[in-house]
Design a protein around this ligand. Structure first.
Ligand SMILES: *Cc1c(COP(=O)(O)O)cnc(C)c1O
Length: 380
């Protein structure tokens, strides 16, 4: 709602100097309870830190500003945020459409947890709006989209799928973890709720696990805040502070992540051992036009397949030195992983199974020349 630009909001929204001391960044209020000035006499609305904590409030205000929303809520992890969201929006018998390449943990939450409570789900290729329409039932309450998706970097047209969801009164949820609000603003494109694993680009330094929900619907924001407090999976003060610290540099980091990933993708396209490269910045990517329309740049994630198959893919993961073998993504340091055996092992045998010859890179902000050399050496 502010006229200020993203880079300014990232540093200033919700970050007024501390009223008591003038500290220029919000202090870590490592506290559970607050002195009341007489029974019910709360100072600034704070009574107990599950309900609200000043450090978390500062982050939540910041998150809302960055996504162009009205209400932001910070959670203990991305999955805690997702769990709160689905238990706020759904009752037994309701139906959800989830993408056929959803984050493995999101899929597990629906398939192994929510299903036991009577929530129905089906998978669709969300990059095809007509496939989403075909998956709708008379009980569909939520359409879930991840764009770019994990690990195949599929692109979904948020505006088009928002229209499909709106047509049946369902809410559109966009997991904006891969793009970050700097590169993509789902609420402005018609989404009802944005989900984040702040563990990734928002935190940006591989030192915190967290999650967030942002909505521009004030009434829904109230309902989500009620459930956040009722269920309790909040972000602690120190974790909130770490995410805030990360977010201040999000814009400059995403610019560099995107520039480095573009160079890495181009190198891989020309490499004889690589059979295909998934990066939305490549003109040959099936979602390139849509990504160019709804994203400011194409992000730091690149996946590619090895012509020689699964063992070759595993070997490349074992041979890089600068690219650290590990799960997660979005930190300043480059990571490499084998989705089939690591992040996406939980979807083996399901409709979401990923190819065995696939390697996923989270391209960091190191010197791109060093990153290219490391990959060329590992590929042999
Ligand atoms: C990591 C991730 C999540 C889950 O977040 P956690 O913080 O690990 O709970 C959800 N969606 C995407 C796209 C992710 O990468």
């Amino acid at each position: 709602m502010s006229h200020q630009h993203f880079e300014t909001l990232a540093i200033h929204a919700g970050q007024e100097p501390d009223a008591a001391t003038g500290a220029v960044v919000p202090p870590i209020y490592q506290v559970s309870t607050y002195k009341q000035d007489g029974v019910g006499g709360l100072r600034g609305g704070y009574e107990y830190s599950r309900s609200a904590n000043p450090t978390r409030s500062a982050l939540e205000e910041n998150l809302a500003a960055l996504e162009g929303g009205r209400r932001g809520l910070a959670f203990a992890s991305g999955l805690a945020a997702e769990d709160c969201l689905l238990r706020t929006l759904l009752v037994p018998g309701d139906h959800v459409v989830i993408p056929d390449d959803a984050y493995g943990g999101t899929f597990r939450l629906f398939a192994k947890v929510a299903e036991r409570w009577g929530v129905k789900w089906s998978v669709a290729d969300t990059s095809d709006p007509s496939a989403v329409r075909a998956a709708l039932t008379d009980r569909t309450k939520v359409v879930w989209v991840e764009t770019p998706s994990n690990p195949l970097l599929g692109i979904t047209d948020i505006e088009q799928v928002a229209a499909v969801a709106r047509g049946v009164g369902a809410r559109l949820v966009v997991d904006n973890t891969f793009a970050s609000p700097y590169l993509q603003q789902p609420l402005a494109l018609g989404a009802d709720i944005v989900v984040h694993s702040t563990t990734k680009y928002m935190g940006g330094h591989s030192d915190v696990v967290g999650g967030a929900l942002v909505t521009s619907d004030a009434a829904l924001g109230e309902e989500l805040a009620f459930h956040q407090n009722a269920m309790g999976a909040i972000a602690g003060p120190f974790d909130s502070w770490l995410v805030m610290r990360g977010v201040k540099t999000l814009a400059v980091r995403m610019d560099r992540h995107s520039a480095n990933a573009e160079r890495v993708a181009e190198m891989l396209v020309g490499h004889p051992k690589v059979s295909s490269v998934a990066y939305p910045g490549l003109p040959g990517h099936p979602g390139h036009e849509i990504a160019a329309k709804q994203m400011k740049a194409f992000g730091g994630m690149v996946s590619f397949r090895l012509a020689a198959g699964e063992e070759a893919a595993v070997e490349v993961c074992n041979r890089t030195e600068l690219f650290t073998l590990g799960e997660s993504l979005g930190g300043v340091e480059s990571l490499i992983e084998h989705p089939g055996r690591m992040t996406h092992a939980s979807v083996v045998g399901s409709a979401l199974e990923v190819p065995g010859d696939l390697v996923r890179l989270s391209v960091g902000i190191e010197s791109v020349d060093d990153l290219l050399e490391d990959l060329r050496t590992a590929l042999g």
